[in-house]
Design a protein around this ligand. Structure first.
Ligand SMILES: [Zn+2]
Length: 65
């Protein structure tokens, strides 16, 4: 992915066009922290396709009893 192309891309979930950071095979939005996967060199800038990093998702309750 070329830097100039990366600069043109914007997170569809954020209106302020925060910069996207290339992280492995994903583009990370610096604002909402969504991770957009890159498939065959094409960034999938779709909110539904994004991997969200929900801090509450990792909360696990240990079974009692
Ligand atoms: Zn965003």
């Amino acid at each position: 992915l070329k830097p100039e192309l990366l600069a043109m891309l914007a997170c569809p979930a954020c209106e302020t066009r925060p910069p996207l950071t290339l992280e492995g095979d994903c583009l990370i939005c610096s604002r909402c922290l969504r991770a957009y996967p890159i498939v065959d060199g094409i960034p999938q800038l779709i909110v539904e396709a994004a991997l969200t990093q929900d801090p509450t998702a990792g909360a696990q309750k240990e079974p009692t009893g």
